[in-house]
Design a protein. Structure first.
Length: 210
């Protein structure tokens, strides 16, 4: 099977995505108009037939109208095994999509993503999720310690001691994760990246930085 370029397969991909969601050309066109990036029914039809290109604003608005990420509009994931990412360069569709999203290096290249913005932000997301997880677990144990019944210190002092030790261990794990997040955000700033705002429950991480 001949490997089509991104531009060549985009129209067919858009048409299939629209049909999969049970949308008419008119409905997609109306959604794009509502989003502030109009594309006429005729224009959308030409896109699906491969007779009209999309600019970046139209691509984003079309993806929103179809309810999919822009990457899914560009790459026929699950429909075509390979795409011609560059002229004469056919690669797996998923590998091409991961490179486009900054998740992997260009297939066949020796480029590194170690200092890529996407790598920094994905690691920050991981650390924030880790902090939230430790925080939630510690809060759960602390709630049990303050509850009523057999778990209280009066009824079962042995269990209360175990739970207290567990809470302290979880809170230490939380502090360790927060320290890692603080250092990571510092490294992002050193790389001239704005790490963005932290969730309300973690704003103290920035407040405590030296």
């Amino acid at each position: 099977m001949e490997n089509l370029s991104l531009a060549e397969h985009l129209g067919a991909n858009v048409r299939q995505l629209r049909k999969d969601r049970g949308l008419s050309l008119a409905e997609v066109s109306a959604r794009m108009t509502t989003s502030g990036v109009p594309l006429s029914l005729n224009g959308l039809s030409k896109v699906e037939l491969g007779n009209r290109e999309l600019n970046l604003d139209e691509l984003v608005a079309l993806a929103a109208a179809l309810g999919v990420p822009p990457l899914v509009v560009l790459f026929p994931l699950g429909r075509q095994r390979e795409v011609a990412l560059l002229p004469g360069m056919a690669v797996g569709t998923w590998a091409a999509a991961k490179w486009f999203a900054g998740e992997a290096a260009l297939p066949g290249s020796d480029e590194s993503l170690d200092e890529a913005p996407t790598t920094y932000f994905r690691e920050q997301d991981r650390l924030i999720a880790e902090c939230r997880a430790w925080r939630g677990k510690a809060a759960e144990v602390r709630t049990r310690l303050g509850g009523k019944g057999w778990q209280t210190e009066t009824d079962r002092p042995d269990l209360a001691l175990v739970q207290l030790q567990e809470a302290e261990w979880l809170e230490q794990a939380l502090r360790t994760s927060e320290d890692q997040l603080r250092r990571h955000r510092s490294n992002m700033r050193k790389a001239n990246l704005d790490p963005g705002e932290l969730p309300p429950e973690l704003v103290h991480v920035d407040e405590q930085r030296g």
